[in-house]
Design a protein around this ligand. Sequence first.
Ligand SMILES: Cc1cc2nc3c(=O)[nH]c(=O)nc-3n(C[C@H](O)[C@H](O)[C@H](O)COP(=O)(O)OP(=O)(O)OC[C@H]3O[C@@H](n4cnc5c(N)ncnc54)[C@H](O)[C@@H]3O)c2cc1C
Length: 278
Amino acid sequence: MSQVISTRSLLQPKSLPDALRMLRDDGPLTPLAGCTDLFVALNFGTLTDQRFLDLWRLDALRTIAVKGDVLTIGALATHTDLIRSRLVRGRLPMLAAAASEIGGVQIQNRGTIGGNVANASPAGDTLPVLAAADATVVLQSAAGTRRVAFNDFYTGYRQTVRQPDELIVAFEIPRVVGRQWFRKVGTRAAQAISKVVVAGVVGPKRRGGRDVRLALGSVAPTVVRATRTEAALAAGAPLEAAQQTLLTEIAPIDDIRSDAEYRRRVAVNLLGRLLAGR
Ligand SMILES: Cc1cc2nc3c(=O)[nH]c(=O)nc-3n(C[C@H](O)[C@H](O)[C@H](O)COP(=O)(O)OP(=O)(O)OC[C@H]3O[C@@H](n4cnc5c(N)ncnc54)[C@H](O)[C@@H]3O)c2cc1C
């Protein structure tokens, strides 16, 4: 059942230091960015939080830039920002591809990459991309900044290492070498949550095997980086053997969107397509 807003309060910081002070001194506060996930919870009647911190005006967190060899994407960059960014399209085309398949235009205009990651749904479409890209999550509190490897960010179903006084401020992505690939399988081509979502990077062929990075969403409680499958491919395993290994690394479930068996079959088929470049 839809819930009332009038009992809830919203703090509106004007700067990042303000926001971090409020989180430290006036907490607990729930950060609010584009509100596209939070509003769904409000509508479903499952949002128990009462006090919110509105990040939307913190333009400093919207910057997309390259420093040295690292692409830095501010947490408040919207999916539309990612799609339009020359830097993202040039350096991380699989992220632009993921962003362009999120919701519809309205959701892309409001939804942010930070919200997608912090929301911690295993179906979040940008998550496999950040996992395959070996991204770093930059967390900031009034006490300072810390960096966490994206692949260590999730500790369980909808659980992360973020502390209540921390905000995700940015993602840092080192240069990705190889062919990037993103594929989302949902009920429809648009406005559908993923049944299986895959991002991969295929390095140049070399003697004895190939270097592949492979990450999957919607097939386990958290996004999965398929490191055993990657190791098998690096050691020269044929596709069928790598697909068998992949089945040991994922743990899909039956839910309203799909069933476990379908997700397993799609995951192994997508590995074949990734390697074939289709
Ligand atoms: C119709 C519809 C379609 C959708 N389709 C898709 C889809 O295809 N694929 C997909 O992946 N998602 C989809 N979503 C989900 C959603 O749009 C995305 O997850 C979006 O990126 C969330 O970003 P937001 O800024 O709106 O997050 P919000 O709703 O503002 O916040 C989400 C969570 O993240 C936390 N948070 C936000 N920013 C920060 C920060 N900087 N630091 C710490 N915590 C933070 C909030 O506290 C909250 O817990 C859809 C949603 C709707 C309503």
